[in-house]
Design a protein around this ligand. Structure first.
Ligand code: HEM
Length: 501
């Protein structure tokens, strides 16, 4: 009944709900995009809903993205929202379990090892991992039999999750960790991964087996990484690969202190986890769309033949430099990340009362909304990435929109690459936090894995499309919003081997 009591005019409208503590959790959890769109129709671009006892104020559209992603850290903090989910998984003293300035330094340390030189060597490593996987995984039996007439089928989520972890650990984590990725380690990883759910986020400490397994897995993984680091410190004379561990061991914080062993171990776990679901679900969606749209699949293969074809009818190996030149592949990846950004909600906690700019939402000319201190503030780039005011046929997966010269997206893409300002039809706005296309976030918390993810996805898609044709049978799978990242509901892709070896 308290919802019927008139509220202060400057408070954003509260979404109507029947059950007090539960609030709008079922509608938000089932399908956040539909929930946000319905709320936008009723309340405009700024409104508050109740999520299991917490007040969440949503700000939509490009201005809404800017409000959250471009907010000052003194006003909007990410660690307050995420730390009880991530700290038990990543570990102490890194990411959201340390002052934000320290985390920003840690992000800088990692960026040092995500250089173009490293990327050059990663392409071949990812290719090798994929080749080995196709030649050993039981789902690729007809591929292994060299049978170009017989169709086989592989499970989408399992396959791309495994390929992602194998290729990320080989490249980012280094040879020693990749070699340690045994069956035993896979179980540890899976236990850790099962702690990455909305339940573990909403209710941090439950006496359930998944919580205990998560904690045990963290201890095991952290000790494994730390023993590896100790071993390197004790034997500096041994030659080691030029990998992220070595690079982190040489870095120092601004005050001159080096990273401690457990911090290095926890940064490595964080990197593995941050890139795992995001990249594997992006590869899964990309492959599903390619399997569904035979015209684009054909265009992708043709692009490979034209770009890499050799006089003897073969295809030469891909190099890092080739990736940006593959227009169709580039459009396919961009379009998938537009329609299926793995992170649908980006949240912060308000540390002070924060006035909402009138350009975003205001009840009248004289009154401005104010987000009260303590609210969670939420932006959803997914909503602006499918906003009919920006995109033609926004729900359609249409890579052509990225290279049709007249298309809004192609224009924006060109300007983005040239580092210019981007005009999305809302007046001239700078690239950065004010944009309807933000699959990697923006501002202070922007993704540091974007270039790596782009390389990983592109290399895997290229390697697959060279070797096989793909189809899907039945309906295109729907998104599953009940996990932390938006992935397709369980499904299969049909494949048939091409002549390429
Ligand atoms: C942050 C998306 C892959 C590491 C983010 C954010 C987004 C995002 C939206 C912003 C989160 C926020 O503002 O709260 C993606 C997507 C990926 C991807 C779509 C793949 C397709 C990766 C990979 C890595 C990584 C491969 C590691 C190598 C990080 C880190 C942050 C981040 C460290 C910073 C978090 C912060 O500053 O609070 N990512 N990511 N991501 N991502 Fe990624």
């Amino acid at each position: 009944l308290w919802q019927l009591i008139p509220r202060p005019k400057h408070q954003p409208p509260l979404v109507w709900h029947w059950i007090p503590f539960l609030g709008s959790a079922p509608a938000y959890g089932r399908d956040p995009v539909t929930f946000f769109r319905n709320c936008r129709e009723k309340y405009g671009n700024c409104f508050t809903f109740i999520l299991l006892g917490k007040r969440v104020t949503v700000t939509l559209g490009t201005q809404g993205n800017d409000f959250v992603l471009g907010g000052k850290h003194s006003q909007l903090a990410a660690e307050d929202v995420y730390s009880h989910l991530t700290t038990p998984i990543f570990g102490k003293d890194v990411v959201y379990d340390c002052p934000n300035e320290k985390f920003m330094e840690q992000k800088r340390f990692v960026k040092v090892s995500l250089t173009i030189d490293k990327f050059r060597s990663y392409v071949g490593m990812i290719e090798d991992e994929l080749r080995d996987y196709l030649n050993t995984d039981s789902a690729f039996r007809t591929y292994q039999m060299n049978d170009i007439n017989e169709w086989g089928a592989f499970p989408v989520l399992k396959t791309f999750s495994e390929i992602t972890i194998l290729s990320a650990s080989r490249t980012l984590q280094g040879r020693e960790i990749r070699e340690g990725l045994t069956k035993d380690y896979a179980q540890v990883y899976s236990d850790l991964d099962h702690g990455f759910t909305p339940l573990h986020w909403m209710v941090p400490g439950l006496p359930l087996p998944s919580y205990r397994k998560r904690d045990a897995a963290h201890l095991k993984m952290s000790s494994f990484y730390q023993s590896l680091i100790r071993n390197r410190r004790e034997h500096p004379e041994r030659e080691h690969e030029d990998d992220v561990i070595n690079s982190l061991m040489q870095q120092k914080y601004r005050d001159g202190t080096p990273l401690l062993d457990h911090e290095i171990a926890h940064i490595l776990i964080a990197l593995l986890m941050a890139g795992q679901h995001t990249s594997s679900s992006s590869i899964a969606w990309t492959m599903l769309h390619i399997a569904d749209r035979l015209d684009i699949q054909e265009a992708l293969y043709k692009e490979q033949v034209e770009h890499f074809g050799t006089p003897d009818g073969g295809l030469r190996d891909m190099r890092y430099e080739d990736i940006r030149e593959l227009k169709v592949l580039d459009a396919v990846v961009r379009e998938t990340l537009r329609l299926h950004p793995p992170i649908h909600s980006i949240m912060r906690q308000a540390h002070t009362d924060i006035p909402v700019p009138a350009t975003l939402a205001a009840p009248s000319e004289d009154v401005k909304y104010v987000v009260p201190k303590g609210d969670i503030v939420l932006a959803s780039p997914l909503v602006s990435q499918v906003d009919p005011a920006v995109w033609d046929e926004p729900e359609k997966w249409e890579p052509l929109r990225w290279y049709d010269e007249k298309g809004v997206a192609a224009q924006a893409n060109k300007q983005y690459n040239e580092g210019e300002k981007v005009d999305f039809g809302f007046g001239l706005v700078s690239k950065g936090t004010v944009s309807p296309y933000l699959p990697f976030g923006a501002g202070r918390h922007r993704c540091i894995g974007e270039q790596f993810a782009y390389l990983q996805i592109s290399t895997i898609i290229t390697a697959l499309i060279r070797r096989m044709e793909f189809r899907i049978e039945g309906e295109f799978p729907k998104p599953d919003y009940t996990s932390m990242m938006v992935q397709p509901l369980p499904c299969q892709i049909m494949y048939r081997r091409r002549n390429f070896d």
